[in-house]
Design a protein around this ligand. Sequence first.
Ligand code: SF4
Length: 346
Amino acid sequence: MRSIPVNIGNKTIGGGSPILVQSMTKTDTRDIESTVNQILYLEEAGCDLIRVAVPDIESAEALPKIKSKIHIPLIADVHFDPLIAMESIKQGADKLRLNPSNIQDEEWIKRIALAAKERDIPIRVGTNLGSFKERPGNPVEALVKSALDEINLLESVNFGNIVVSIKTSDITLTVRANEKIAKLIQYPLHIGITEAGPKEESLVKSSAGIGHLLMEGIGDTIRYSITADPIEEVKAGLTLLRDLHLRGGGLEIVSCPTCGRCEINLFEIVERVKEDFKWVDIPVKVAIMGCVVNGPGEAADADIGLAGGRKSGVIFRNGKAVRIVKEEDLYSVFRDELKRFIESKE
Ligand code: SF4
């Protein structure tokens, strides 16, 4: 399902562009220093697009100062007050997120669209089930209708620089609503499960919902919503894209859960590999397996593999067994082999 490309600052979403990872700052936007520091730290982790809450005019006025110090597009998240939306556009936001449920004055929406058009910035129509005053009888229909009504309003003033998101905290509802709207429009879709909870819960919920949609070809940007440090949102988003082979980069670790057959300290080896090679940004598949049951097969299928044996292990490179190593030397030999492989690729 190919969407229309939309430019946000120096990035393009949709139209077959790589799927981008978005996060949102958890600082007070008026606190410019903390907000900039958080964005720079997220940029470093691989965040592609950043959204900040703009609950008042003072926050809108902070946007240009924040923007001047960061390198990724800055999205203003505005609710309730059209004047704040207008001010955010004036202050140079790269994109505006509006929630159809809480700015309902059609004339204001049209004025905002015209102002965004003048600055050539997109508007995300961001519909959330939680923003409805009462829970609708048919949430999927209501969410899709709310998004379509807002899109029609924007299009009525010839505004077509649109991104759409429909989110709920329920996996099935979110998936169904996105499947439905994806058949009806060609604008890029930003997808995620909203208010998905703390880290462990969100990783399961968001991966199920976002992963399902991405595998159907739906979604141009993603956000993991996690009640935790926003770096977790970025790490999870990048990992999912890598594991679905939608974007490269980083170490993909295939490791077994271990069982009574495992005679090497596999947990420690996996943790050390993860820690020592977290800087890797090219796609490398590593298999670390406990025994001969599935070990040789998985190890041979990876770029570099390790299959445990009796207090020893066999190291594989590009599908071939290259060394048998005693347990005490296993990590150091595997680490050196992996380093050499990465250097040969860079
Ligand atoms: S690979 Fe071997 S040690 Fe690992 S889970 Fe399978 S049977 Fe157990």
